[in-house]
Design a protein around this ligand. Structure first.
Ligand code: ZN
Length: 420
């Protein structure tokens, strides 16, 4: 039996289920994002498997774990997963303990089961298997990172800045059967209006009301949702294909936002006192930008519409660095390699898709590294209550990761030598 055949039959159910449960029992909620406990667990597991690994911290609590399987000269495959999870929220709304890691009726239950302790567990189990193969050439660089749920600046981006890099990257983010090859961009902006204070008893005849002016700003910004955009042929095709897949799955809203700029005013504050004409108002906007549309174009339109409808002098500042939409082309050999492996392990319907939100993948792509996301997922519960993951998907993912490591690092075997 070849290694590939052995991997496809590999019985790792007990191990991957146990690791997933144990990871869930560390409540690594972000905020506040203290991953010290879960990072120590992962480090110890890697060491026990005989994999050289170490911890590094960009800031207190923001610990990353880096492990390395080194088989000598050859291509380097990065595998990445985040340890932080979004907060569990109101415990009363959960049908089980979000940090219990209970296994019931073929599912592992808890916050992070799908996003993404299931994926991390599958990676860890695949690595402990791969460390025993001696026919491979090249390197696997494993990264467990913090801070993904609040931007990734202290996790993935920081590790890349420290020089940890590779030729291709797989992130074990929840995807289900269709790997994610691109994400939308994001523009987070603050707008501030100023007015002229006056006595409320004489309004609207006196003064200038900053809150009233902000309502015009908000209307102007929301008109961006209705726009259609010129998108180059390749991303245009990817968007249409993803929309068709999402609609098949009943995800109509997610399909619709893919070729639109979404708009949300998420916070507003202003005014001084009920009987004073407001002198100042501030609002924060979250806009998500389709693949194929530069964020600069959207920012220019934002400014232009605000000026047209609310007049000049509205101060617009970024809340954080804008994120360009980004993707790895579907024809890239690494995408084709991962697709082939998923089809072998999980059936033949797998197709590459785009994601309507953003992720750490952008940091790798910015470094010129082709990057995909593929991981076990029960998409309905992610960031909500009663999150879970199917044990069958954990097994499938562990096998796919093991096969990817094997094929990517097998010289002349359609792996990294060609895919890099
Ligand atoms: Zn995630």
């Amino acid at each position: 039996m070849t290694v590939s055949e052995a991997i496809k039959r590999w019985d790792c159910e007990r191990e991957v289920t146990t690791v997933c449960s144990e990871l869930i029992r560390f409540p690594s909620e972000n905020p506040p994002c203290d991953v010290t406990g879960i990072a120590a667990y992962i480090l110890e597991r890697l060491h026990r498997a005989g994999i050289p690994a170490r911890q590094l911290s960009a800031a207190p609590g923001m610990t990353s774990v880096v492990g390395e399987l080194d088989f000598g000269p050859g291509p380097c495959l990065v595998v990445n997963g985040h340890m932080d999870v979004v907060p569990a929220g109101d415990r009363e709304r959960w049908a089980f303990d979000p940090f219990g890691g209970e296994v019931r009726e073929g599912y592992v239950l808890g916050r992070g089961a799908s996003d993404m302790k299931g994926g991390l567990a599958a990676l860890l189990v695949a690595l402990s298997e791969a460390v025993r193969w001696d026919s491979l050439r090249g390197k696997v660089l494993f990264m467990a990172v913090p801070d993904e749920e609040t931007g990734g600046w202290y996790g993935t981006r920081w590790l890349l800045e420290q020089g940890f890099t590779g030729d291709a990257c797989l992130i074990a983010e929840p995807s289900g059967i269709n790997p994610t090859i691109g994400q939308k961009g994001a523009l987070w902006l603050r707008a501030m209006t100023r007015g002229v204070p006056a006595h409320g008893s004489l309004s609207p005849l006196v003064g200038e009301n900053a809150i009233l002016r902000m309502t015009k700003v908000i209307e102007a910004v929301y008109s961006i949702w209705g726009r259609s955009w010129t998108i180059p042929p390749e991303p245009r095709r990817l968007i249409s294909e993803t929309q068709a897949i999402l609609r098949e799955e009943g995800l109509e809203v997610q399909a619709e936002v893919l070729d639109h700029v979404t708009v949300n005013v998420g916070r507003i504050s202003g005014g001084d006192k009920v009987n004073i004409v407001a002198s100042r108002c501030e609002a924060e906007f979250d806009l998500r930008v389709p693949v194929g549309v530069p964020v600069g174009v959207v920012l220019d339109l934002f400014r232009q519409l605000v000026e047209e409808r609310a007049g000049s002098g509205v101060e617009i500042t970024p809340l954080r660095e804008p994120i360009e939409a980004n993707y790895t082309p579907p024809a890239h050999p690494f995408v084709q390699l991962v697709l082939r492996i998923i089809r072998e392990v999980a059936g033949d319907t797998s197709r590459p898709v785009l994601q309507w939100a953003s992720s750490d993948a952008r940091f790798f792509r910015r470094h010129g590294i082709p990057t995909l996301q593929f991981g076990p997922a029960d998409l309905q519960g992610i960031h909500g209550y009663d999150e879970r993951v199917a044990v069958a998907q954990l097994v499938q993912a562990a096998r796919a990761y093991a096969l990817l490591i094997h094929d990517y690092l097998s010289p002349g075997d359609g792996g990294g030598s060609r895919a890099a």
